[in-house]
Design a protein around this ligand. Structure first.
Ligand code: NI
Length: 202
């Protein structure tokens, strides 16, 4: 198989595994609502967070409100899926044109030990300037992962015992202006199609 074909398969596999996780979350959420303990329409995904952005400044869920936004999780050492997602989000921003400023996108690291604010800032140079990134201490990252029902796990490298990778949920979450979860956002389409979808929430 060519490297390109392998690459595409990896991206598709990541997206499909993300969908499976989402469906699982959805079923759990539906089950909870059926028990009558949750308010109708209460979102099972998202919620308050307190992190640090790529400039070292505090960023919270309150800062994201007022615009529909995309939020997704990953780590800068990710070889494939994360850079692909960031590239796709960048293409989406470009396709949105002027409307891009009415939205935002936040990449939250699942690897805060290596992904400092400075590291994130450097990493973002490769992508659209409207994409922001966030890190925090382990407790803050654990909390935001929990809020978004994100799975992540450290995987030691078999080549270098001091190195590791991170398995993680690769879903992109679309949140509305009030910061409520709408749906997983599909970037596996043309930037113009993705932009048309996002514009519905402006
Ligand atoms: Ni990744």
């Amino acid at each position: 198989m060519t490297a390109r074909a392998t690459h595409i398969l990896l991206v598709v596999a990541a997206f499909l595994s993300g969908l499976v996780i989402f469906l699982g979350v959805f079923l759990v959420a539906t089950g909870n609502m059926g028990s009558g303990n949750s308010a109708p329409g209460a979102s099972a995904i998202g919620g308050p967070f307190q992190l640090i952005d790529q400039d070292g400044k505090p960023i919270t869920d309150q800062d994201m409100k007022g615009k529909p936004f995309l939020v997704f999780f990953g780590f800068t050492h990710c070889p494939d899926v994360c850079p692909t997602t960031l590239f796709e989000v960048s293409e989406l921003m470009r396709s949105l044109g002027k409307d891009a400023d009415k939205t935002s996108a936040l990449f939250i690291t699942v690897d805060p030990e290596r992904d400092t604010a400075a590291k994130l800032k450097d990493y973002l140079l490769s992508f659209d300037p409207r994409v922001r990134a966030a890190t925090g201490d382990r407790a803050a990252i654990d909390a935001v992962e929990k809020a978004y029902r994100v799975y992540s796990k450290k995987v030691p490298s078999d080549k270098d015992k001091d190195d590791y990778s991170m398995d993680h949920t690769a879903l992109v979450y679309l949140m509305d202006k009030q910061g409520r979860f709408v749906a997983p956002f599909n970037l596996k389409r043309t930037p113009a199609e993705a932009a048309a979808e996002l514009r519905k929430y402006l």
